[in-house]
Design a protein around this ligand. Sequence first.
Ligand SMILES: Nc1ncnc2c1ncn2[C@@H]1O[C@H](COP(=O)(O)OP(=O)(O)O)[C@@H](O)[C@H]1O
Ligand SMILES: N[C@@H](CC(=O)OP(=O)(O)O)C(=O)O
Length: 439
Amino acid sequence: MKKVVKFGGSSLASAEQFRKVGKIILAEDSRRYVVPSAPGKRYTGDTKVTDMLYQCYYAAANGEDFDGQIKQIKARYNEIIGGLNLKLSLDKEFETIAENFKNKAGSDYAASRGEYLNGILMAAFIGYPFVDSAEVIRFNKDGEFDAETTDRLLKEKLKDMPKAVIPGFYGAYEDGKIKTFSRGGSDVTGSIVARAVEADLYENWTDVSGFLVTDPRLIEDPVTIDVITYKELRELSYMGATVLHEDAIFPVRKAGIPINIKNTNRPGDKGTMIVASTCHKPDYTITGIAGKKGFVAINIEKDMMNSEIGFGRKVLEEFEKQGISFEHIPSGIDTMSIVVHQDEFEEKEQQVLAGIQRAVNPDYLEVEGDMALVAVVGRAMKSNRGTAGRIFSALAHANVNVKMIDQGSSEWNIIIGVRNEDFEKAIKAIYDIFVTTQL
Ligand SMILES: Nc1ncnc2c1ncn2[C@@H]1O[C@H](COP(=O)(O)OP(=O)(O)O)[C@@H](O)[C@H]1O
Ligand SMILES: N[C@@H](CC(=O)OP(=O)(O)O)C(=O)O
């Protein structure tokens, strides 16, 4: 049995958390490859080391004094080192970092140091060798992750290393310049390592006992999902369930490696298994609910639009020209709506609207902002009659006005557009009808 274990920032925020992590790793010999994040928040209102590094770097790059800030970051690590009674000094590393900050090594370099230093600390703590991810995680010239080269480099490097610590979140271009994944990207590193070493299981350790039916910040103590498929998870993480980075699914999915989301604070809990397919019957009709605020719908009406060949393409081209990607396109016979992220759209709004006007001469063109999207996802939804009916009656009872409906062709997924201000209410109404009351 070979496992890759990734620990999120919440699991590595303090010496006390490190101790729990050490126990977990050493409890099983199969936990061979460890992917740590940077120290996260110790308490509500605390700052993640990654954010401290970004702030410190911006001060340095602006020529401001950053000595105090770097000392605070160093103190975060020293607090952990001291608490663990380790004989380790990161002084040399911090000197190099300060020098590189002065020389404007880039914000990716800056942010990556959180994981780099935590990797060194973790390796010293558990006695595993340290592998710098800059050597084994590769990005191509265009800044895209190079899966093939990375897989080869990791295989070569780890071939004679039965155990190792490989920091999450970053890699490098061929010339050694550091590049990070997007925020939360240590999950992606874990997945890439799991694939390269052909792990039997990728354990992703965090501060919740698995993937919950919905966001615990919106609903108090939601129930845990025992088993979820990659496909369901992809929909939920894309729509804002932040437990796992959305890109962390592809590498392991291809290789058929399951992911187990586990809680560092309650290691005995089973957590959630994420698998390719399963005959496990879900406890509820729906598997999960996720959502995000901040969308805008551009509603277009034109008589006979359905018989005008190329209508949809011409409309979408106007978004493409402005570099805006779309989320959904619900349509009727003479109507079409394009749903996009409001922050991306706002800057280019007038260009897009003028372009659509010119390209298809609609009878009516309207923009509706401040919309939230709620995704209700579940592999059992297809075989349970009346799922959509239950959702809409729950929303009606909660006085939530539905602005848009989009059901994926797989019938695993219903997306509902509501006003931003109704977002929390909508999630609660759907959770209650399927989970709390199971009406
Ligand atoms: N559906 C969900 N299930 C579990 N946690 C969720 C869900 N949606 C959002 N979260 C949030 O994700 C957090 C875990 O992700 P993250 O903060 O990235 O952890 P880590 O620091 O361990 O990487 C949880 O503390 C929780 O607040
Ligand atoms: N430390 C990085 C990468 C990461 O994955 O962190 P975490 O595992 O704490 O979400 C971030 O804050 O984005």
